[in-house]
Structures are given as structure tokens and as C-alpha cells.
Design a protein around this ligand. Structure first.
Ligand SMILES: NC(=O)c1ccc[n+]([C@@H]2O[C@H](COP(=O)([O-])OP(=O)(O)OC[C@H]3O[C@@H](n4cnc5c(N)ncnc54)[C@H](OP(=O)(O)O)[C@@H]3O)[C@@H](O)[C@H]2O)c1
Length: 312
């Protein structure tokens, strides 16, 4: 496949689209951001942005000449992803990076996750079918597991409150998991587009760190030079709370399920990428330390308010 130069990013103002677009610009790709007409975000003047309805008819002329599309439209936008795929194929785009950035399709037996997974699966099956029918059109999915610096910054109930310097350790805090930082997510997309031949028509697994709660707590305490206020809980209690909240229609139940999914002892459910995962070298994903990640989280909480959980 010829080198990829012009890249279109959908989902411009989103939490992941922004660092991805920044990483693409830094890597010298020619980047265009496409947003919906109602998008209220003001982009810097040096960023190329087109506001257009997300239909095949409207998108096809805008996508003409693009080599790749990166879809980061979030859960709320997943219903239009098949339209983006069809428009990209019709416009001659060579590579479509799927909106996923999740946990590998079908990574869990947890029944509570099935509703989240099903809409991603529908669009994954569609992109695979389109790629089979049109060999010049290819796709890549990127599984990142736990978006570690972003999640720890936004959701203190995941165990670390970087504003209050307090923590909740679930069970004994030793369950290992892998996580990818926003830097790692941006580099994963850059790496895919710099290696189109080796990354086509597959899901790749990436990570920036392998860690656990105890290691992160030690890192947070070391960076702040303080002993944090630590409470203990269990993943069983969190699952019980999730079920009660779900019954009562309290939307944070899904965050509780994520905590259970991440920390339940002995399951390694969130161990997405091993040390030997080939994509780490191929995409040049820098491995980060717990200390670096704690520093990033502590630095960034000054900039953003705590987020309320919402299915977006
Ligand atoms: N692994 C994990 O634990 C984890 C955690 C969080 C997110 N993720 C994944 O990362 C991806 C991006 O999530 P995010 O948090 O960055 O999303 P986000 O912040 O909600 O941003 C999504 C963007 O998509 C666009 N959008 C929203 N609704 C749309 C619609 N109906 N039609 C078209 N576009 C729409 C919006 O941009 P415009 O206004 O431009 O249209 C919005 O800024 C998602 O696939 C999500 O599943 C994974």
C-alpha cells in the first residue's frame, strides 16, 4: 500500500480524538477534522475543520483524496459509524481506523457488558464485510484496555482521587492490568498509519504500562511526598452496588461494573497486552512508569473538573 499522508479524524472535540489529532499533526500527517454541523467547539485557526452532516452523500466529496479515516465518535456516535465506513469506501479511502479503543471484542463474560459490546460488534462486522468486498479498502481496530491517565483523572471512584490525595484499594490491590495513556493512544494511531501494510484488517493490542493498584498508590504517594488517606473495599461489594444501582436506574452502575471488571482478583480480565505483544514494537508505543503516570494525572486534575459518569 502506498504511504498514508492525508488523514481525516471524526469526533474532533472528543476526549480521545483530540490527543489522536494532535499526535497525527506532530507526526506530519496532513489532518482534516470533520464534525457535525451542530458541533459548538471552536478549533484553533491552524486546524482544518469541516462541519458537515454525517450522510454518505454529504461526506463522500469531503473525504475524496483522503488516504485514511480515524473514527473516534464515541459511544453516542456509534450508530453513524457504518455510514462513515460506507462514505470512506465510496470516496476511495484506503484505511479506516475503527472507533473502538476498547477491550478487544468479546473480552469479557460479564453479562453487564453485552449491551456496550453489541453496537461495537455490529459496526466491526460491517467494516470487515466492506473490506472483504472491496480489497482496496482496509481497516484496523486498536484495543487499548484501560485508558489509564484519562480514567484516573476523570473518575476518582476507580480508586485514586488525585484532588483529595485519597485512594480506595479493592481487595488486596495486587490484580495486574494493562493500561494505555492518551500519549500511547495517539502513538498507536500514528504507528498504524505509518505501517499500513503490517496493520491491515486486524485488531491490534497495545498498552503503555502493566501495573496494579498497590504500585499506583506507591507512585502517587511518592510524587506528592504524602501518605494518602487509604480506604479498603472489595470487588464483590462493588458488583453488589452495581446491581442495586442498575435496578434503581442510577447510571453510575456501569462505572462500578468497570471497577469490578478491572480489579477482580485472579481474573486478568484487563490484561490486554503482554510484554511480547508485537504491536508495541511495530507501533513504537513507549512504555511508561507508574511514577510518570501518577505525575500526569496529578498535573492534569488542575485543568479539568471531575466528570459525571454517562453512557455517551
Ligand atoms: N477503553 C475504555 O475504557 C474507554 C473509555 C472511554 C472511551 N473509550 C472509547 O473511545 C472512543 C472515544 O470516546 P470519547 O470518550 O473520546 O468520546 P467523546 O468524548 O464522547 O467524543 C465523541 C465525539 O464524537 C462526536 N459525536 C458524538 N455523538 C455523535 C453522533 N451521534 N454522531 C456523530 N458524532 C458524534 C462528537 O464530536 P462532533 O461534535 O464533532 O460531532 C464527540 O465529541 C469510544 O469508542 C469509546 O468507546 C474507551
Amino acid at each position: 500500500m502506498s504511504p498514508i499522508k492525508k488523514v481525516v479524524v471524526f469526533g474532533g472535540p472528543g476526549s480521545f480524538a483530540t490527543p489522536i489529532a494532535n499526535a497525527l499533526v506532530k507526526a506530519q500527517f496532513d489532518v482534516l477534522i470533520i464534525v457535525r454541523p451542530e458541533c459548538a467547539m471552536n478549533f484553533p485557526p491552524n486546524v482544518s475543520v469541516v462541519r458537515v452532516d454525517h450522510t454518505v452523500v454529504r461526506l463522500k466529496p469531503v473525504l475524496w483524496g483522503a488516504d485514511a479515516v480515524v473514527s473516534v465518535i464515541g459511544s453516542a456516535g456509534l450508530s453513524v459509524q457504518n455510514t462513515l465506513i460506507d462514505a470512506a469506501e465510496a470516496a476511495g479511502v484506503k484505511r479506516f481506523i475503527l472507533d473502538d479503543f476498547g477491550w478487544v471484542p468479546d473480552s469479557t463474560e460479564l453479562i453487564e457488558f453485552k449491551c456496550l459490546g453489541s453496537s461495537k460488534r455490529i459496526t466491526f462486522e460491517h467494516v470487515r464485510d466492506v473490506a472483504q468486498a472491496h480489497p482496496k479498502f482496509t481497516f484496523t481496530g486498536v484495543a487499548i484496555g484501560f485508558p489509564i491517565d484519562w480514567s484516573l483523572k476523570c473518575f476518582p471512584s476507580m480508586g485514586f482521587d488525585a484532588r483529595k490525595h485519597s485512594a480506595v484499594i479493592y481487595d488486596d490491590g495486587t490484580e495486574d492490568f494493562t493500561g494505555t495513556t492518551l500519549e500511547g493512544i495517539g502513538q498507536a494511531v500514528v504507528g498504524v498509519l505509518q505501517n499500513p501494510g503490517k496493520t491491515e484488517n486486524q485488531f491490534l493490542k497495545v498498552r503503555s504500562i502493566r501495573t496494579n493498584q498497590n504500585e499506583l498508590l506507591a507512585a502517587f504517594q511518592s510524587v506528592t511526598g504524602e501518605t494518602w488517606d487509604v480506604k479498603h473495599s472489595t470487588t464483590k461489594e462493588v458488583l453488589k452496588r452495581a446491581k442495586e444501582r442498575r435496578k434503581r436506574g442510577i447510571k453510575e452502575w456501569m462505572l462500578d461494573v468497570l471497577i469490578y471488571h478491572l480489579y477482580e482478583p485472579g481474573k486478568a480480565r484487563c490484561f490486554i497486552a503482554s510484554d511480547e505483544e508485537p504491536a508495541l514494537d511495530l507501533l513504537k508505543i513507549r512504555q511508561e512508569t507508574a511514577h510518570e503516570i501518577a505525575s500526569k494525572v496529578l498535573g492534569s486534575v488542575k485543568e479539568v473538573p471531575e466528570r459525571k459518569w454517562a453512557m455517551r
